[in-house]
Design a protein around this ligand. Structure first.
Ligand code: FAD
Length: 491
């Protein structure tokens, strides 16, 4: 008989969290700390969502999304997780750009970028200062329609080299393009510029294990191998509310649900169109899914070493930066993350992870044969590109494999295998969800701004606070002050 992954769970929880990405984990932890009875359900055999890792024969361990995040992770980790997790966050200083327009080594912070923009790119100190100051002051509520490309033209007219310096790393970090609202660049770039790029020493495996221990210590119930199939709703005091869900063929009742599943999955597949106004359904359908990724994982044979070529190397053979070129199937624009032994203190191993942005539509319809051929091509092109940085690398590699947007879709169930959630308009839909269906909240990578490790952790906290307020109101018996559902408004 199949093992029951929901064995001994209770019939009712205050909150059920769907999915264990960093937003789901953080929401669950904050709510458990507040004293709520929390159940977290994850369909995969491992927690972490895209914050994940895997091991391979030969002692290799690969991190998927541990490439870099802003310094503010230290504060969020300390406040919403633990001092121990915060203490393991360290700066990486070796960021390199290698492309036909320039070669630069930088610590990727405001001071160093100011120096580079003035000395190498000959931009006036006044313009650089104004650019950084204006970016820092950007506000989500300003509703500024200017795109990132238009903003660059305003400060650095005709300078596609400057545009590349500023944009290329952010495009890798959140899938944003020159056509996206300037705020999607401004917030993320400013966060990095404040103090550079940071990583978690010990690897993603250590981080997620520490988070799982913390969740347990705070009383949250966590179950893996559990797929949520449906959100259950009920008419309550004349309005429709979320009252539970079906997971692994079992009904679990709850007062609130936090879904860390993809926004469109949550609304259109798990809850169902019938629970929302036609207008909201239309808005949801119009939300654009952000891009996905391909990666190549290269394991270096035990005993071999690599020279220090930088921690993060943005290499490209394209003559100029173009958002569309970055996602092409045979792009020459790649981000190399080199993991030296100090990534996991005590280890003496090296790995290289090569990341490229990608389109799901380029991969979804391939036959198995072509799919395998394209993956081999991805590996070969990546090794050839890496040989330009480390000429003898090929002989040192004893494990190589590739992932594609279909891999992301398989492991996370994300709509179109998105790595970076939705485009900007998704944030409004995510925030308005509980007004449509009280009791149902969404958290996780959405709207470009709320993506990446820092963005999703912080959005997890924001949503946990909303759920906490909702439950407090509900317990006082005054659901009247909670948002009206669409069904009530129309009945
Ligand atoms: C290749 C790559 C590189 C990246 N590099 C960086 C980086 O260097 N720095 C950075 O800050 N960010 C990076 N990111 C982005 C970052 O990893 C994500 O933004 C973040 O981890 C997403 O967290 P999330 O909370 O949105 O959930 P996700 O990680 O997307 O997790 C959602 C979870 O929900 C689960 N789930 C979905 N549906 C169901 C269901 N029906 N039932 C049960 N469980 C379900 C999934 O299995 C998954 O575990 C990268 C991403 C990728 C793909």
């Amino acid at each position: 008989m199949a093992y029951d992954w929901l064995k001994d769970i209770e019939d009712h929880y205050d909150i059920v969290v769907i999915g264990s990405g960093l937003a789901g984990l953080t929401s669950a932890n904050v709510l458990a700390k507040c004293g709520h009875k929390v159940l977290l359900l994850e369909h995969h055999y491992q927690l972490g969502g895209l914050a994940t890792w895997f091991t391979r024969k030969g002692g290799h361990m690969f991190d998927i999304s541990l490439h870099g995040f802003p310094v503010w992770m230290i504060k969020s980790a300390r406040k919403y997780w633990s001092q121990e997790i915060a203490d393991a966050i360290v700066q990486i200083k070796g960021i390199r750009f290698i492309n036909p327009q320039f070669q630069i080594d930088t610590t990727f912070d405001r001071e160093d970028f100011t120096r580079i923009l003035i000395e190498k790119f000959k931009i006036s100190a006044k313009t650089v200062e104004r650019f950084f100051t204006d970016l820092r002051a950007m506000n989500f509520y300003d509703n500024n329609p200017e795109t990132t490309g238009e903003m660059f033209e305003r400060y650095f007219p005709g300078r596609d080299d400057v545009q590349r310096l500023l944009m290329e790393p952010i495009a890798y970090a959140n899938g944003s393009t020159l056509e996206d609202p300037a705020i999607t660049f401004g917030i993320v770039f400013s966060n990095f510029m404040s103090k550079g790029v940071y990583t978690f020493q010990g690897g993603t495996d250590t981080l997620i294990k520490k988070m799982a221990l913390e969740l347990k210590a705070n009383g949250a119930e966590v179950r893996k191998h559990v797929t949520v199939e449906k959100i259950v709703t009920k008419e309550c005091n004349g309005r429709c509310v979320a009252t539970g869900l079906v997971a692994n063929d079992r009904l679990i009742r709850c007062d609130a649900i936090v879904s860390n599943a993809n926004l469109k999955n949550t609304i259109l597949r798990l809850a169902g169109e019938e629970n929302f106004s036609p207008d909201f359904v239309a808005q949801t359908k119009e939300v654009r899914i952000n891009t996905s990724s391909c990666q190549v994982y290269l394991g270096i044979r035990k005993g071999e070493t690599l020279p220090h070529i930088g921690d993060l190397v943005f290499a490209s053979e394209e003559s100029k930066f173009a958002s569309e070129k970055l996602v092409g199937k045979h792009t020459t624009s790649r981000a190399f993350s080199v993991y030296y032994p100090d990534t996991r203190p005590g280890s003496n191993r090296y790995t290289v992870v090569v990341s490229v942005n990608a389109k799901y539509t380029d991969w979804e319809t391939m036959s198995d044969e072509i799919y395998q051929q394209e993956k081999m091509c991805l590996i070969e092109e990546s090794i050839t590109a890496l040989e330009k940085l480390i000429p003898d690398i090929r002989a040192k590699i004893d494990w190589s494999e590739a992932s594609t947007p279909c891999t992301v879709e398989h492991y996370t169930k994300h709509w179109s295998g998105t790595s970076f959630g939705t485009k900007f308009e998704g944030l409004k839909v995510s925030m308005e969800l509980p007004q449509q269906l009280p009791g149902l909240y969404h958290t996780g990578s959405v709207g470009i701004i709320m993506s990446g490790w820092l963005g999703t952790i912080n959005y997890g906290v924001i949503v946990a606070n909303q759920v906490d307020k909702f439950l407090a109101t509900k317990r006082r018996g005054s659901l009247a002050s909670s948002p009206l559902s669409w069904k009530k408004l129309n009945s």
